[in-house]
Design a protein around this ligand. Sequence first.
Ligand code: SAH
Ligand code: AVI
Length: 331
Amino acid sequence: MEPLSVQEAVIVNQMLDVEESMLGPDVLDGLTRTQKELPPKYFYDARGAELFDQICDVPEYYPTRCERAILNQYAADIAERTGASELLELGSGTASKTRVLLTAMDDAGTLRRYLPVDVTDDMILRTAAELVQEYPGLQVHGTVGDFERHLGRFPAPEGPRLIVFLGGTIGNFAPASRRRFLKAVARMMCPEDTLLLGTDLVKAPAVIEAAYNDAQGVTAAFNRNVLHVINRELGADFDPGGFDHVAFFNREEEWIEMRLRAQRAHTVHIGALELDVEFAEGEDIRTEISAKFTRERLAADLASAGLELQTVYTDADERFAVSLSRVKRAT
Ligand code: SAH
Ligand code: AVI
């Protein structure tokens, strides 16, 4: 893969090969199931990424503010405990909260390299260009890629590494995939590496549901954006306005489910797949789950991946948690 250079940043795009795009197969698989489903990673084209950023600012969406407060309070402690010289970030987005960590590592005198990974190429390019300006001397090696498929393709560590997965994005995996993913992350960790994981916590359902049903309708636009992506990329004729945004807390599973509900019976044609998809009136596509955690669930998931929970930081209202873990030592 030819690296692209943006000043001192190096960007490698793992998504350029035709066979790397899984959108077609994923849409075919998801929309031909009895319970129609789409993977959440397809929300994030440039517009979806912008909408996600707007979600972070709506008053009802507490996770970003809580996680930022935790990082503001504990970043120096994290830098000291981990002694990391590089930060590899999965699903980095605009890396706005990451700067708190980079600054703490810089203040501790250990910061050498930042390695953001995201499916959205705009994000990686913009973030890399900004960070080389903001942190003189910082090496930035960005990867445009899918963290579910490309974990083995990141640069080898050059020192103790802090692997960061923020925002509660781990909650967007189904439970079995979540544990598989954590296991794969653990496999790429050396004994001196640390995983910093952001997880949203179980709390009053009304608080959680409000966060996914904001009054301004930004989350609804984000949800419908996946249909715009499929229209553009696969030549489909979805009418996004013909689907209602639905988000509710599934109390049994303790996760949010986002759905798109067809307002009327109709057929959608997806040109690139030569597929007609029938919708009944009121039929749903599940577009995202967002799991909420207890400490027990977090510890159990990490343990099942061979990781040992070391520290859990929370905000004052215990809405969100940021945890540090390391690979469990063989006894
Ligand atoms: N970490 C940021 C952004 C969270 S939004 C924050 O905490 O605010 C989730 C991010 O993960 C988006 O930027 C999205 O593009 C990225 N993402 C989602 N699925 C991905 C995947 N499978 N591989 C790589 N990046 C992914
Ligand atoms: C990225 N992820 C953790 C967000 C979440 O809360 O599950 C995505 C999101 N979906 C709706 N609002 C925000």
